[in-house]
Ligand binder design. Sequence first.
Ligand code: GDP
Length: 300
Amino acid sequence: GRLRNGLKRTRSGLTEGLANVFVGRKRLDDEMLEELETRLLSADMGIEAAQTVLDGLIEKLGRSELRDGSVVLEALQDEIAKVLKPVEQPLQIDLSRQPFVILTVGVNGAGKTTTIGKLASRYQQQGYSVMIAAGDTFRAAAVEQLKEWGEQINCPVVAQATGADSASVVYDAYEAARARGVDILIADTAGRLHTQGNLMEELRKIRRVLSRQDSSSPHETLLVLDGGNGQNALAQAEKFGEAVNVSGLAVTKLDGTARGGVLLALAQRLQVPVRYVGVGEGVDDLRTFNAKEFATALAS
Ligand code: GDP
């Protein structure tokens, strides 16, 4: 359904004419394997993950005669799902933490604001009360954008003036959420400061302030990555991972890219749970990550 439609372009990168690869082939020969490898790499899977998928395919199908191409397609989906399965770990909201705090981090343009809006809406629909902290005090537009989301989905947004201390905004929001009995606090953070070092220091400070209130907080540090960035997303994830304890990923813009294979590279290299995938700009265009579903959408 929606994920499949959303991933249309991802799919075409990997699978445009995929069926043709199998036509008239009686076995998994070198030519077919090479063609598959090219496609996996062009979907930005990276060499390691592509190799894992192909090795799995060979192990599963061997070189014996194949009934038809659909056997290879199904096996390909299975092998992709196998790589992704370990990072299929949906975020569990622990209501004994009040509020449950989700700190979102990521570079500007990754889709952080949009993901926060989508998440807040989703949790509200699930019956949770939600509050948003406009912690990106570096960009006036970020605060405005969050306020717009807040109005659209009827969710309170705690904000201060541009240039305010980000940690103090998050602290205020935490206090307000606690006082009002809010279930989930989602905090935005800056995606860029004057220097990379400043940014990472600010993120660490926010985490310190939060953990002073509740030692288990933030309960989730969600890194938002632009899936269209392909292998660059991997480098970003490594950078953020070194500075803050990233506990989950939201990979956005998988609808507008032929590079959805990057999820396999992320899964293999980082082993950080993938919580959500973004497949559009709308409020409902966020999916809980499911390995099998994603693999099927990617290769079909
Ligand atoms: P931020 O700078 O990280 O806060 O990024 P934004 O949330 O402002 O997103 C940047 C742009 O990407 C906006 O135009 C969003 O509408 C768009 N965007 C975010 N997520 C997705 C997605 O999953 N799919 C598509 N197609 N666009 C997205």
